[in-house]
Design a protein. Structure first.
Length: 206
């Protein structure tokens, strides 16, 4: 969506600029706000996406049956997307991202708004697909990173500040977490507390 000013990127060997169509055909994408056609019924929307992905009739039917069953959407096929709960909308969004069975997936907050059992089901599906696909997830939920990721990259202000397995990042955090210590006492009995090796002095502390 944004024209690059420098550098090069490819998806499955297809340059995203010079071979844009082939690159997009190899990619499934779940943006944060998807899907955007709120007035469409779920079944019609998924059929529409399958048509856009140029699936033939037999392949389309097989893939639609799969995503509807795997994401448990049968009960809402006749509902308009705008009437769905946030969790169901995310599942419809994930269904459209995987309906053409792409080798690469980019998922932005795939379980956002989902209730616990829905999160479990979606994460199980992600782990299942990860055996054969490249899956990139953007999330602020650390529990999700631990549940589905084998590699975690932390980006702050446009820079990569950490890149390791979730377990190694958790270990590093456990050894570097700062503590803030404070206490209250009657004004007449206030006195300086003994120093602690786990406390870091902040400039505003006195």
């Amino acid at each position: 969506f944004v024209t690059p000013t420098s550098g090069r990127a490819s998806i499955c060997g297809h340059d995203v600029e010079s071979e844009a169509l082939a690159a997009r055909q190899s990619l499934g994408y779940l943006p944060e706000g998807a899907p955007s056609y709120g007035e469409m019924r779920v079944g019609a929307f998924l059929d529409f996406i399958a048509e856009l992905r140029r699936l033939d009739r037999a392949r389309k039917r097989a893939r639609l049956d799969y995503v509807i069953e795997r994401l448990q959407l049968a009960s809402v096929l006749e509902q308009t997307i705008e009437t769905l709960s946030k969790g169901f909308r995310r599942r419809v969004g994930l269904a459209q991202a995987i309906v053409h069975d792409p080798p690469v997936l980019i998922l932005d907050e795939p379980t956002d708004g989902s209730i616990p059992n829905q999160k479990h089901e979606v994460r199980a599906l992600i782990n299942e697909m990860a055996r054969e696909k490249i899956i990139v997830i953007s999330t602020h939920i650390l529990e999700e990173v631990d549940a589905v990721c084998t590699r975690a990259i932390i980006i702050a202000r446009g820079r990569v500040v950490a890149d390791d397995t979730p377990m190694q990042l958790a270990r590093a955090r456990a050894t570097t977490t700062p503590y803030r210590c404070s206490w209250k006492a009657a004004r007449s009995s206030r006195r300086r507390a003994p120093p602690s090796p786990h406390c870091r002095r902040w400039p505003r502390w006195k």
